[in-house]
Structure formats: structure tokens, C-alpha cells
Design a binder for this molecule. Structure first.
Ligand SMILES: [Zn+2]
Length: 168
């Protein structure tokens, strides 16, 4: 069952996952809405079993899926039945968003504390500009005032989006 993106909470979950996992990994997660064998998945998705197993192993390394292994007494072969760890998946998304949020907050502090002067050589903090009579410390040309309102607004929008995703 492929869930429609954005249609419900799970759709939102998959949207966020698409920022951090590949499309193939997400397809696997979607297909594991009920427990499945890796061979079944490979057949359904028309992929080589080795590829599906690699994708499953990647997800397993992130603790997002788990499996039960049973031995066929007659053939001696193992069968793996995989399933998604829903709680871990939610935790993974939450951690991803929290990390992103703290990066953005750091970026915001930098934007608001940094300033507002620049030259073709780059941006200059207020302090450095002041100390150098508002001339560029590198090329000595007069520094231009620079508005970072747009950058600040972008970061604010993104912070608001993530806070609402986190239910804050
Ligand atoms: Zn300069």
C-alpha cells in the first residue's frame, strides 16, 4: 500500500523522511506497513533481492526495521520477515527535526548577531567595521550597509514550520 503524501499524519511523516532518506528506502518503509519477506518485496518492486536486502540493512542500521528469522528444517535455509519499528521511526523523525531546529536557531543567532556591512570581499561584523572606520579590512574600500532581513525571514519561516511539525 502506497500512502498518499500529505494526505494524513503518515503522509507528513513520509514528507519529512524524504528530506533525510532516499526514495528507495522510503518505498521499502511504505511496503512494510505489514510484515513481509524480503523476497516478496523484491518481486513486488521488481528489484533484485540483493538490492532489497541492502536497503533493509541500511534501515536496520538506523534501527528503523527489525526482522524475525526462521529456519526451514527441510532445506536449512533461513527466512526473514521484516517489519517497521513504528516507534523508532517516529523517534528518528523527531530527532531529525530537533537537530535541524537547533542548527537553524544557531544560524538565526549568527544572522541577527552578525552584521550588516559588506564588500565584494565578504560580510563584516559590526565590530570589525567600526574598528576600521567602516572601511573593508581587506581592500580598504568603503563598506556598504547590508540588510539580512531576507535571510532572517527565511530562517524564521523554517523554524516555524519545524515547530509546528513537532507540535510545539
Ligand atoms: Zn573589500
Amino acid at each position: 500500500m502506497v500512502k498518499k503524501k500529505g494526505a494524513n499524519n503518515d503522509g507528513m511523516l513520509f514528507d519529512i523522511l524524504s528530506e533525510t532518506l532516499t526514495e528507495d528506502h522510503i518505498t521499502i518503509i511504505e511496503r512494510l506497513s505489514k510484515p513481509r519477506q524480503d523476497e516478496e518485496l523484491a518481486e513486488e518492486l521488481n528489484l533484485k533481492a540483493t538490492i532489497v536486502r541492502t536497503l533493509l540493512n541500511d534501515l536496520h542500521a538506523k534501527s528503523l526495521v527489525e526482522y524475525d528469522r526462521t529456519k526451514n528444517k527441510r532445506t536449512g535455509w533461513y527466512t526473514y520477515v521484516w517489519r517497521v519499528r513504528e516507534e523508532k521511526l517516529r523517534e528518528y523523525v523527531r530527532n531529525y527535526l530537533e537537530n535541524k531546529l537547533s542548527q537553524l536557531t544557531g544560524g538565526m543567532d549568527q544572522e541577527t548577531g552578525m552584521a550588516t556591512f559588506n564588500c565584494l570581499c565578504g560580510r563584516v561584523s559590526f565590530e570589525a567595521a567600526f574598528d576600521n572606520n567602516f572601511l573593508c579590512p581587506k581592500c580598504n574600500k568603503k563598506l556598504e550597509e547590508f540588510s539580512n532581513k531576507k535571510e532572517v525571514a527565511q530562517i524564521k519561516t523554517e523554524i516555524a514550520r519545524i515547530n509546528s511539525l513537532l507540535g510545539k
